[in-house]
Design a binder for this molecule. Structure first.
Ligand SMILES: [Mg+2]
Ligand SMILES: [Zn+2]
Length: 210
């Protein structure tokens, strides 16, 4: 059941807070789950989780959310890492999550270069649209957690809520992200998970009127 007081609290803040209707949480990878690098994450050794991020994913899963990843990996198109190394890193992430009793529901990556004009590279919404279609979840029940302006633009283009975390590039782009209408900003994925889990569950509340 939606909690009336929380709904009132949300409207008292002057905006639509979709936290309570969310079923699917899509995460950017670099800067959200693991530390980012200006030189790309090219090997397993360079993939280092942000403290608390894997536990946060496990907590979201334990609370019934679908969790997926969508990540730009132009390092593949640039020849900096092979697709098999990217898959190896993903397997490592999956294995690490399994250690917390959790697993991702799906993931998508874009291996293309910025100039290739593909439909998947964020800020294009291709990967998000595909994930929502595959998992059968409506954009109004989906939020995309990222650390860059293009993540938030992709979320908006896909019709879902963008949520910024201040890890990775997040703190640098916070002002720009707020200026395009993003409402929820958290210090990191763990703080987002705390807030999301604390919100009323979606199951019988239906779509919110915004
Ligand atoms: Mg990122
Ligand atoms: Zn692409």
């Amino acid at each position: 059941m939606p909690d009336r007081r929380d709904m009132d609290a949300n409207s008292a803040q002057g905006g639509c807070v979709r936290g309570s209707s969310v079923r699917l949480i899509v995460l950017d990878r670099d800067g959200v789950i693991n530390l980012d690098s200006a030189n790309f994450i090219k090997s397993l050794a360079e993939w280092q989780p942000i403290p608390g991020a894997l536990e946060a994913i496990a907590r979201l899963k334990n609370h019934g959310y679908l969790v997926a990843v969508c990540t730009n990996q132009s390092g593949v198109g640039r020849g900096l890492l092979s697709e098999s190394t990217l898959l190896e890193i993903h397997d490592h992430l999956s294995h690490a999550l399994a250690g917390f009793g959790a697993g991702l529901d799906d993931w998508r990556y874009c291996p293309h270069l910025p100039g290739e004009g593909c439909e998947c590279r964020k800020p294009k919404p291709g990967m998000l649209l595909e994930l929502m279609s595959t998992l059968g979840v409506d954009p109004t029940q989906t939020c995309f957690v990222g650390d860059s302006l293009r993540d938030m633009q992709a979320a908006q283009a896909a019709g879902c809520e963008g949520v910024l975390v201040r890890t990775g590039h997040g703190s640098e782009v916070e002002a720009a992200v707020l200026s395009i209408g993003i409402r929820r900003v958290y210090d990191d994925l763990a703080a987002f998970a705390d807030a999301q889990i604390g919100s009323p569950q979606h199951s019988d509340s239906g779509p919110q009127q915004c």
